[in-house]
Design a protein around this ligand. Structure first.
Ligand code: 3H9
Length: 690
C-alpha cells in the first residue's frame, strides 16, 4: 500500500509510503485517489490529512515519463481533492517538490515541519509544473514570485514558504499531531475552505510587460530549452484566462515539454548524476572515513581553489608550500577571491570570515599529521610529487587519505612513493576549483574501496559531482578532450578557421568554443606538455603543428593579448595573421584547404569524442557511458540540454555514429580506429550503451 489509510477519531490520515522519495507513482496516485474517496464517503470523517515522512512527496515518478498514461493521472487526482466537501490538509516534512507540492496546492490547507522544503523544480528536467502548478501557485502568491520559483527550480525552506504564503503554518515538532489538531480545529470551524482555483486577487492586475521582459532578458540563456518559455506562457495564460482554460493550456504546454529533445536529455542527466556517485563493489558495508580536517599541498591557483572549496563546506584546511612567501601570495589570492564573491553578493561577509578562519598555513609538513586527507596540488612533475608523498608518508596518521590533483601523470607511479597505496587516490579538480563542480576521482591499482567511498563522500560534502575514472592517460575528461582538440586542429588545416569552429560549437550549445577556451586558459602550458610528450608520441600518426607555431610567435592567449585570436581587453577578434599561418601550414603539409560546413565540424568533433568515450568505457576506465556525459557536462561546458556526448550518440543512432567513425577511419587513418564497443553495439542493432 503506497498510501496507508488510518483514522484519528474524526480525521482520516493518508500516509504515503513509496521509498526512497515517495514519488507519485501510478500505484500511489491510485491509493490516494481511493483513500480520499473513502474519507469523503465516511460520514464520521470531518477532515483529511495527507502526510509523508521523511520526504513528503518528491513529485511525479520521473521514470514513468514517456510510458503510456494510467488512470488516475495527477491531473485526475487534484481536481476532486480541490472539490472535496471535507477540507484536505497537506502535512509537509522533508521535500514537497513538483507534483508533490502541486498536490499541496490542490489541498485546502498546507502545514509544514520547520525542516520541510518546497519547490517546483520541473524546469531542471525540461518540464513545467503540469499538475496545476502554473495555474494555482500564481493564484496563491502572485505571478512574479511564482515565476521566480518555477523558472529557477529552486527549493525553499518551510519558513521562507510561510513568508511567501505557500504554507499556512510551520510546526517545530510532532507534525502529525499538530496537523491533526489543526485539521480538526479548521473542520469544526465550519464555513467554506479556501480553494485556489477560485482566487484571483493575487493575479488580478499582473503587469503584462512582465512576460515580454522576461522573454527578452532570457532569450540567450534559454536557448535549446522548451520549458522556461512554456512556463512563462502558462503563467501569462493564468493571469489572463479563466481557471479551466488556463488549466487546459497548461496541459498542452506540458505535453510540448514532454515531447522536447531537451526534456529527454535533462532526465538522462538527472539519472546519470545519481548513477555517477555509485561505485561497483561499494555497498552499505563499506563506510567512508570521516573527513573534517584536510591538508592542501601547494598554494597556487589550484591549491587555493581546492582550499576554498573545502573551507566553504566547513572543513578545517591547512595549506603548505615551500616558503612563507608562496603561502602569503596564495592567501592574498584567496582573500581577493572571497572579497569578489562578497562584492558580487554571492557570499555574505560573515560566511567569508568563517571560511577564511578555517584556512591556515604552515611550511612544515608536521602540521599535517592529524589531517584526515591531504590533497596535493603541486607542480605537474613526477619527482616533485613523489618527494612530497614520501614526506607525507612519514607524517600522516594511519587511515589518512593521500590524494593527488594530477591531471597528466600516472597515479600508480606516484603511489610508489608511499607505503600505504590502498589509501592513495587521484582527486582531479577543475579550475577554478572553488567554482567548477567536477571531481574526477582516479582509482589506482591498489586504491581500496573504502578510500574511493571516502573521496566520493567528500565530493558530495563539498558540493562537487564525483565521477570515478581509471588510471589511463588523461583519465576520462582530458583523454576525450585530446580527441576533441585533435580533430578541431585537423579541421583548421583542412579549411575551417578558429572562429568558424568556435561559432559552430557555440551554436551547438557550448558556452565557449575550443579556441577561445584555450586562449583563456593560456597556450603555454599545453605547449610545455606537448614538448615533454614529443618523445613518447607515435610519429606514424598525423600531428597538427598549428598550436606550436602560434606559441612560437609568443602568442599565449588572452594573457599576451594574442593567441588564436587577438584581444581587445577580453574580446576575441579574428586575426588575419592566424589565417595566414594556417594557410601556410596546410600548404607545407600538402593539404588543400576547402570549405567545411558547420554541421560537419560539430559531427566530426563529437564523433571523435564518442569514439574515444566508447574506448574508455570498454577498457574499464569509466564505469558507464553516462559517466562520460557527466564529466563533459560538469567539467568542460558540454550543454546540459544536449545530454552529453554519449547521449548525443544514442540520439543520433549508434549505427550512424559507427558508420561515421568508419568513414573517418577510411579517410584519416589510425587515430580513428573504431571503438570495439561501438562496433559491437552498432552491429547488434543496439540503441543505447547499456
Ligand atoms: C513532476 O512532478 C511533474 C509534475 O509537475 C506534473 C505531472 C503531470 N521520480 O536525489 P537522490 C530517485 S516532475 C523517480 O539521490 P536525495 C533517484 O533517482 C518531478 N525517482 O536523493 C534516486 O534513485 P536511485 C519533479 C526519483 O536525498 C533516489 O530517488 N520533482 C525521483 O539527494 C534518491 O534520490 C523533482 O524534480 C522522482 N521524482 O534528494 C524532484 N526523485 O537510488 C527530483 C528522486 O536509484 N528529486 N528519485 O539512484 C530530487 O530533487 C531529489 O531526489 C530529492 C532527494 C531532493 C527529492
Amino acid at each position: 500500500m503506497t498510501a496507508r489509510y488510518t483514522q484519528d477519531k474524526d480525521i482520516a490520515i493518508l500516509t504515503v509510503y513509496n521509498p526512497p522519495v515517495n514519488a507519485l507513482s501510478a500505484a500511489m496516485r491510485r491509493d490516494l485517489f481511493n483513500g480520499i474517496a473513502r474519507a469523503i464517503a465516511d460520514p464520521d470523517i470531518i477532515g483529511i490529512v495527507i502526510i509523508g515522512d521523511p520526504v513528503f512527496i518528491a513529485g511525479a515518478d520521473i521514470r514513468e515519463f514517456g510510458k503510456p498514461a494510467t488512470f488516475p493521472g495527477l491531473r485526475d487526482l487534484y481536481p476532486p481533492m480541490e472539490g472535496s466537501p471535507k477540507p484536505i490538509f497537506a502535512a509537509i516534512s522533508g521535500a514537497a517538490l513538483g507534483g508533490g507540492y502541486e498536490l499541496c496546492l490542490a489541498c485546502h490547507y498546507r502545514v509544514a515541519l520547520a525542516s520541510g522544503r518546497v519547490g517546483l523544480p520541473e524546469v531542471n528536467i525540461g518540464l513545467l509544473p503540469g499538475g496545476g502548478g502554473t495555474t494555482r501557485l500564481p493564484r496563491l502568491i502572485g505571478a512574479q514570485p511564482a515565476l521566480d520559483l518555477m523558472l529557477s527550480g529552486k527549493h525553499i525552506s518551510a519558513t521562507q514558504a510561510l513568508a511567501l504564503g505557500m504554507v499556512d503554518k510551520v510546526f517545530s515538532e510532532d507534525l502529525l499531531g499538530a496537523a491533526t489538531m489543526f485539521a480538526r480545529e479548521r473542520a469544526n470551524a465550519g464555513g467554506t475552505h479556501p480553494v485556489l482555483r477560485d482566487r484571483i486577487d493575487k493575479i488580478a492586475g499582473t503587469d503584462p510587460d512582465l512576460f515580454s521582459n522576461l522573454r527578452k532578458q532570457n532569450a540567450a540563456k534559454w536557448r535549446g530549452l522548451t520549458a522556461p518559455g512554456k512556463i512563462l506562457d502558462c503563467v501569462e495564460a493564468t493571469s489572463t484566462m479563466p481557471f479551466d482554460q488556463a488549466y487546459a493550456f497548461e496541459a498542452e504546454a506540458f505535453d510540448d515539454c514532454l515531447a522536447s529533445p531537451a526534456r529527454k536529455a535533462l532526465i538522462h542527466v538527472f539519472f546519470a548524476e545519481r548513477q555517477a556517485a555509485k561505485i561497483e563493489g561499494v555497498g552499505p558495508d563499506i563506510k567512508p572515513r570521516k573527513i573534517s580536517k584536510a591538508g592542501v599541498i601547494g598554494a597556487g591557483t589550484m591549491g587555493g581553489g581546492i582550499a576554498m572549496a573545502l573551507a566553504n563546506a566547513g572543513l578545517t584546511v591547512i595549506q603548505t608550500d615551500v616558503s612563507d612567501e608562496a603561502l602569503e601570495r596564495g592567501r592574498n589570492i584567496i582573500e581577493a577571491n572571497y572579497a569578489t564573491s562578497v562584492s558580487r553578493g554571492s557570499m555574505t561577509k560573515q560566511a567569508m570570515e568563517v571560511a577564511l578562519g578555517l584556512i591556515s598555513s604552515d611550511t612544515d609538513y608536521a602540521a599535517l599529521a592529524d589531517c584526515d586527507i591531504v590533497i596535493e596540488a603541486a607542480f605537474e612533475d613526477m619527482d616533485v610529487k613523489q618527494t612530497i608523498f614520501r614526506k607525507l608518508d612519514d607524517v600522516l596518521k594511519p587511515g589518512a587519505v593521500f590524494a593527488t590533483n594530477t591531471s597528466t601523470l600516472d597515479i600508480d607511479k606516484i603511489a610508489t612513493a608511499i607505503t600505504r597505496p590502498q589509501d592513495f587516490v587521484g582527486t582531479h579538480f577543475f579550475s577554478p576549483a572553488n567554482v567548477m563542480r567536477l571531481q574526477e576521482n582516479v582509482r589506482g591499482a591498489a586504491t581500496s574501496l573504502e578510500t574511493l567511498a571516502t573521496v566520493t563522500a567528500l565530493a558530495k560534502k563539498i558540493g562537487k559531482m564525483p565521477v570515478l575514472a581509471g588510471n589511463c592517460d588523461g583519465f576520462i575528461g582530458n583523454r576525450i578532450l585530446a580527441a576533441y582538440g585533435r580533430e578541431a586542429d585537423f579541421l583548421l588545416e583542412e579549411g575551417a578557421t578558429p572562429w568558424q569552429i568556435d561559432d559552430a560549437l557555440m551554436a551547438f550549445g557550448f558556452p565557449m568554443g575550443i579556441y577561445r577556451m584555450r586562449d583563456m586558459s593560456g597556450l603555454d602550458v599545453g605547449w610545455r606538455i606537448r614538448k615533454y610528450r614529443e618523445q613518447f608520441r607515435d610519429k606514424s600518426t598525423r600531428y597538427s603543428p598549428i598550436a606550436d607555431k602560434i606559441c612560437e610567435l609568443g602568442r599565449f592567449g588572452q594573457k599576451t593579448k594574442a593567441g588564436y585570436y587577438r584581444y581587445d581587453g577580453r574580446t576575441p577578434i579574428p586575426d588575419p595573421e592566424i589565417e595566414t599561418l594556417i594557410n601556410q601550414t596546410a600548404a607545407d603539409l600538402g593539404i588543400e584547404r576547402v570549405a567545411v560546413a558547420d554541421d560537419e565540424i560539430v559531427t566530426r568533433i563529437l564523433t571523435a569524442m564518442v569514439n574515444e568515450g566508447a574506448k574508455i568505457v570498454d577498457e574499464g576506465f569509466a564505469q558507464r557511458a553516462s559517466d562520460v556525459d557527466i564529466v563533459f557536462i560538469y567539467g568542460y561546458g558540454f550543454p546540459r540540454y544536449q545530454g552529453g556526448p554519449m547521449f548525443w550518440a544514442e540520439q543520433r543512432g549508434l549505427k550512424t555514429v559507427c558508420a561515421d567513425v568508419e568513414r573517418y577511419f577510411a579517410a584519416y587513418g589510425k587515430l580513428w580506429e573504431p571503438a570495439p564497443l561501438l562496433v559491437r553495439l552498432a552491429s547488434s542493432g543496439a540503441t543505447s550503451w547499456s
